[in-house]
Design a protein around this ligand. Structure first.
Ligand code: PGA
Length: 252
């Protein structure tokens, strides 16, 4: 299976015209054989970008997909501003990020609500990029404590959800490395990847794919994505410039 590079545009760019231009520029970039690139724009641009995606030639579409930055836990109802998995699927969207640390922090998402989101998204056949990761204060207590913290997050986020192999990507994003220019040491990332994959294999009997996220850029991407245990990267800031992101795609 090839590596996956996901772009999390967060609350960028400011206009639809810029978003479309960025998408078109990224879609033009060469992609290594077998690699998959997933673009996750703000919801407001998703429809137009999904339409643009469908306009691409089959050749250009290959290895490219569109994702949501979040997804709600009900299909529809009186839930102001929420977007459910069926809505995403109706646009041809294949992926959804769930549990990003910025949503945990600013929207007060809990492992309980994240669990509900994953349950419905998985049932509806979306591929899920579940974000986990520890804060600096946890990390300062050592790698074993960080692993324990992440293990607990996974336990709660995935509780009682029947998952199929291939459906779940776990994006390990240490909070202290997001948007800070600080990076996890690749050997620590590898350790975390082994820990996550083996514990889910043991407790849930599923194979998951592991992404690293946190200040990934064109200069350091290869240090992570070329590791055998790492299946790709989730990229924030550096995904907003097509040139830079193109280099990251080609570092796999
Ligand atoms: P960053 O963000 O690449 O800007 O650190 C990554 C993320 O939050 O997914």
């Amino acid at each position: 299976m090839g590596k996956l590079i996901a772009a999390n545009w967060k609350e960028h760019p400011k206009t639809e015209a810029e978003a479309l231009a960025l998408f078109k520029a990224v879609a033009k970039k060469e992609r290594p054989d077998g690699a998959e690139v997933v673009i996750c724009p703000p919801f407001i641009y998703l429809e137009e970008i999904a339409r643009e995606f469908k306009r691409l030639t089959p050749d250009r579409r290959k290895g490219l997909a569109v994702g949501g930055q979040d997804v709600f836990w009900e299909e529809q109802g009186a839930y102001t501003s929420e977007v459910g998995p069926a809505m995403l699927r109706s646009l041809g969207v294949k992926y959804a990020i769930v549990g990003h640390s910025e949503r945990r922090r600013f929207e007060k998402e809990t492992d309980g609500t994240i669990n509900k989101k994953i349950a419905l998204a998985a049932r509806d056949g979306l591929k899920i990029i579940l974000c986990v990761g520890e804060s600096l204060s946890v990390r300062e207590k050592g790698a074993a404590v960080a692993k324990k913290f992440v293990g607990q997050q996974l336990l709660k986020d995935l509780k009682n959800i029947p998952l199929k192999t291939g459906q779940l990507f776990v994006a390990y994003e240490p909070i202290w490395a997001i948007g800070t220019g600080k990076n996890d040491r690749p050997e620590d990332t590898r350790d975390m990847a082994v820990f996550i994959k083996s514990s889910l294999k043991k407790t849930r009997r599923i194979s998951v794919r592991f992404l690293y996220g946190g200040s990934v850029n064109s200069k350091n991407a290869a240090d992570y994505v070329q590791l055998k245990e790492v299946d790709g990267a989730l990229v924030g800031g550096a995904s907003l410039k097509a040139e830079e992101f193109g280099k990251i795609i080609n570092s796999v």
